[in-house]
Design a protein around this ligand. Structure first.
Ligand code: SF4
Ligand code: MG
Length: 316
């Protein structure tokens, strides 16, 4: 709810704060239990920071609220946060760097289970076997080390590690971007299976629009720390409304080469989030830019039921 996360920029002789990178600059959306929200946008737009800030993994927030089952997570004491942590998990892009090379996978998957005392000691081994099996891993491989597994299997290990904690909400930060296309589909299908089985909620961060279309119920589009559009996947893909979404989606390759492309090519590069344009942050690249866009910040409006846009074109 109006979530902001700014990072200070240090400068000058005595290294004081000379400005801020507004990585997340007033993001509002709802995510229902058991649903997936895809978060898209070019690199540097604030997708990962949004995910990490929601999970309270990035120090303090700058402003706004993060409500998890109605509870503001930033109001929790560190002890309460620790107790909640298993419920809110994250899976990263690079499965290798997030796995300890010195631990056998059974230990990697079970480490936090032990720490949080989630299952009785006597049941621990069976529990880990079960989790590995659920994630398409062979339980008899649990004494092997991460380097003995392929990229796809390593991502399964990361998923198993998160799943072992019996989570409700998982931020999937580019979970298939480092994998071969053939393996991507397997991991996406695994995530979908687990979601159905355990009623999981995902925030699925990706720059791959076709992957997002496949897995998400809702899609949010970010530009320079703002959520410029969000709504049901079908609506967003069928009729994107925000000029940035239109441009981003026009770059999706169409399978039929005879189909009309109508590709919108954006002029210029993304401005720096440390010094974003005034008014609408997209105005320097928008082909529909009006005079007021240069000074007036557009607010997020519900243009049709469940479809939100941040653009002056949709002011009544
Ligand atoms: Fe373009 Fe103006 Fe809409 Fe921004 S508010 S996207 S500049 S039309
Ligand atoms: Mg990222």
């Amino acid at each position: 709810n109006h979530l902001k996360k700014y990072f200070p920029i240090k400068g000058g002789m005595v290294s004081h704060t000379v400005g801020h990178v507004k990585a997340v600059d007033g993001v509002t959306f709802n995510l229902k239990r058991g649903a997936t929200m895809g978060l898209v946008g070019e690199s540097g737009c604030g997708k990962s920071t949004t995910g990490r800030t929601i999970l309270r993994l990035s120090g303090d927030k700058t402003d706004g609220q993060v409500l998890f089952n109605g509870q503001e997570v930033y109001d929790l004491s560190s002890k309460e946060m620790r107790a909640l942590r298993p419920k809110m998990q994250i899976i990263f892009q690079d499965p290798f760097s997030s796995l300890s090379p010195r631990l056998p996978v059974g230990e990697i998957i079970g480490e936090a289970v032990r720490e949080h005392k989630l299952v009785p000691k006597a049941e621990f081994n069976d529990y880990i076997d079960q989790v590995m099996d659920n994630c398409g891993l062979q339980p008899f491989h649990k004494d092997r080390y991460p380097h003995e597994f392929s990229g796809g299997q390593r991502q399964r290990i990361c998923i198993a590690r998160a799943l072992a904690l019996n989570p409700e909400f998982i931020v999937c930060d580019e979970p298939v971007s480092a994998l071969d296309v053939s393996i991507q589909a397997q991991i996406i299908n695994l995530l979908k299976e687990l979601q159905e089985k355990y009623h999981l909620t995902y925030l699925f961060i990706s720059h791959d629009l076709s992957v997002v279309e496949h897995i998400s119920d809702h899609v949010g589009v970010m530009y320079l720390g703002n959520l410029v559009e969000y709504g049901e996947t079908e609506d967003i893909f069928r009729e994107p409304l925000h000029p940035y979404t239109k441009a981003l989606f026009s770059a999706i390759p169409i399978p039929d080469p005879k189909a009309k492309m109508n590709r919108i090519v954006l002029e210029g590069s993304i401005p720096s989030p440390a010094n974003p344009p005034a008014g609408c942050k997209f105005h320097t690249r928008c082909q529909y830019c009006m005079e007021r866009c240069k000074s007036e910040v557009p607010v997020q409006k519900e243009v049709e039921p469940g479809h939100f846009v941040r653009c002056h074109l949709y002011d009544k």
